[in-house]
Design a protein around this ligand. Structure first.
Ligand code: URA
Length: 236
């Protein structure tokens, strides 16, 4: 890439203004002053302006998807099953976008996707205990005693789950609708927590990750995160 374009991508100045910075002799590539803007910058070159390192700002992509049930949370599938990437369409083809954490095949709802590996690691790290809010449906009425078991922690794979919040939103005579808030991200955690009390989760939807909410985003639809949402995630 030409040095004037490179500097513009570093956020220093417009391409035109970058040309002046170059002709003024303020730019060095690998320690050598360059005064011609036709010079190219190669991968691995060390570029400075007035002695300060100039690196391109890579604009990361941050998306929220409402994953429908019946698709898998992966970037590709050997068996040719539908993946969450298929729902993004062509706009991001060739971009290294990956999902943040996982929702199982039958679970729907809020899934974050990004090109920002650092952010992805931070959100997924158990130390950060970012909350995940789910709506779960279970047949028949569920008693407070049963829920207290789940709230206090149950053993999954030999390890107790952390305390979590479970509240009954509604019982319509047939089905109990619950809100479940957990701060871990173990494999199929919500479904397996209820299996320990012999209850089957017949519907599961993630509606929140930390302060981010799914809101009115339609099934299978995605949107870019708002600057405020990105700022929030970076502080988690
Ligand atoms: N808990 C589950 O059981 N499944 C998910 O996909 C997420 C949490």
């Amino acid at each position: 890439m030409r040095i004037n374009k490179y500097l513009a991508e570093c956020g220093f100045a417009s391409r035109r203004a970058s040309e002046k910075i170059i002709t003024d002799g303020r730019v060095k590539i690998n320690g050598k002053t360059v005064t011609e803007f036709a010079v190219s910058v190669e991968e691995g070159d060390f570029v400075t302006v007035d002695g300060k390192r100039a690196e391109p700002i890579h604009k990361h992509i941050y998306l929220m998807l409402n994953k429908p049930k019946g698709c898998i949370t992966t970037t590709s599938d050997e068996k040719g099953r539908k993946t969450v990437m298929d729902l993004l369409g062509k706009k991001f083809e060739g971009k290294r976008i990956f999902p943040v954490g996982r929702l199982d095949y039958d679970t729907e709802g809020l899934l974050l996707l990004t090109t920002d590996g650092d952010l992805c690691n931070r959100i997924s790290h158990p130390r950060n205990e970012i909350t995940k809010t789910y709506i779960a449906k279970i047949e028949n009425e569920v008693s407070e005693d049963e829920l207290n078991n789940i709230r206090g922690g149950v053993i999954l794979d030999g390890v107790k789950t952390k305390h979590c919040r479970v509240s009954v939103l509604e019982f319509d005579g047939k089905i109990t609708r619950l809100e479940v808030v957990i701060s871990e991200g173990r494999n199929r955690q919500v479904r397996r927590m209820f299996e320990t009390i012999n209850r089957e989760v017949i519907f599961l939807k993630r509606v929140g990750v930390g302060e981010l909410k799914l809101g009115g985003l339609g099934r299978g639809e995605w949107r870019e995160l708002k600057p405020k949402e990105i700022e929030y995630l970076k502080k988690v």
